[in-house]
Ligand binder design. Structure first.
Ligand code: SF4
Ligand code: SF4
Length: 299
């Protein structure tokens, strides 16, 4: 079984379009496939696959800690308010301390200084992991980070581990992982230990710069990688230079170009992967070629 991570240095370049098309192509060609959306700040792979048809599993993830004040015990000395390094302990109008939970980092300093033993630091919900069956038959694990929460890398690792385990149990040939954009903690947690990374970029200076940053992450973790240039067609010269640079200087395998195509937007509105929405669209033809290349060279 191979784990293929679809990543991009910049958001909005078509990562989910590539991931959803690859998964649907493999499933339609008789390959058992599993999918995971680890963009825990803004998960949308399930939406691109038509939404969940059946919820198979849902669990809360507790990866952070928060302070809690026992109002009965608090004597209003304000030591905790003065010492909290994150400004998370507040003076409430009732004369007791109160925690601004979104700001609390769970460091426990307040608990150490409280003379009334009124503070406890307890595990708190960071996010939720759900497994849904899609209308294409395969399953999709998604994670959602709770508002204002951190530790997204840990949530990503939980999702990837769960997806790999479920995929192995089901005898899947591939796990397709839709990563978060950028090069931060969730992307590092997505890329490390993967079998292959598909980097999606577009022919613009901003996307090129962020693709280069992503390439450093991929190189650091020594993961074989290929590049897809999406939204091609506006500047042949730029695209050609981008392709040569990606292959020659960054060492990426060139997987293909996907032309600008309004059908892609219509497919997104209809919540269908473009290769299913309109197989005759130019973007679909390009994505199918890319999927075939990945199938023959990676799986
Ligand atoms: S646990 Fe740390 S961050 Fe949270 S309220 Fe106490 S001192 Fe502030
Ligand atoms: S240190 Fe303890 S007693 Fe003092 S204000 Fe904070 S919670 Fe209340």
């Amino acid at each position: 079984m191979k784990e293929i991570v679809v990543a991009s240095g910049k958001g909005g370049v078509g990562k989910t379009t590539v991931a959803s098309s690859l998964a649907v192509y493999l499933a339609k060609n008789g390959k058992r496939v599993y999918t995971a959306d680890v963009d825990v700040d803004a998960p949308d792979l399930l939406l691109a696959l038509g939404g969940g048809k059946e919820t198979l599993f849902s669990m809360e993830v507790q990866a952070s800690k928060k302070a809690k004040v026992d109002q009965e015990k608090c004597v209003g000395c304000w030591r905790c308010v003065e010492i909290c390094p994150f400004g998370a302990m507040l003076k409430s109008p009732s004369g007791k301390a109160a925690v601004a939970t979104l700001m609390c980092e769970g460091c426990g300093v307040c608990k150490l200084v409280c003379p009334a033993d009124a503070i406890t630091v307890e595990k708190a919900e960071t996010g939720r992991i759900t497994i849904e069956r899609t209308k294409y038959g395969f399953e999709c694990v998604t994670g959602k980070l709770k508002l204002g929460e951190h530790n997204s890398g840990l949530l990503v690792s939980h999702i990837r581990n769960l997806a790999r385990r479920k995929a192995q149990d089901a005898g899947c040939k591939a796990v397709i992982v839709d990563a978060a954009p950028g090069i931060g903690c969730p992307v590092i947690a997505s890329v490390t230990g993967a079998d292959y990374v598909i980097a999606v970029t577009e022919p613009t200076p901003a996307a090129k710069r962020n693709f280069e940053r992503l390439s450093r992450v991929v190189k650091h973790f020594q993961v074989p990688a290929g590049v897809v240039i999406n939204m091609a067609g506006y500047s042949k010269d730029f695209e050609s230079a981008l392709r040569k640079w990606a292959v020659g200087e960054l060492g990426f395998q060139f997987l293909g170009e996907v032309p600008v195509d309004r059908e892609v937007v219509k497919a997104l509105v209809q919540m269908k992967p473009i290769i299913d929405f309109n197989p005759e669209a130019e973007a679909s033809k390009a994505l199918l070629e890319i999927a075939k290349r990945v199938e023959s060279e990676v799986l």
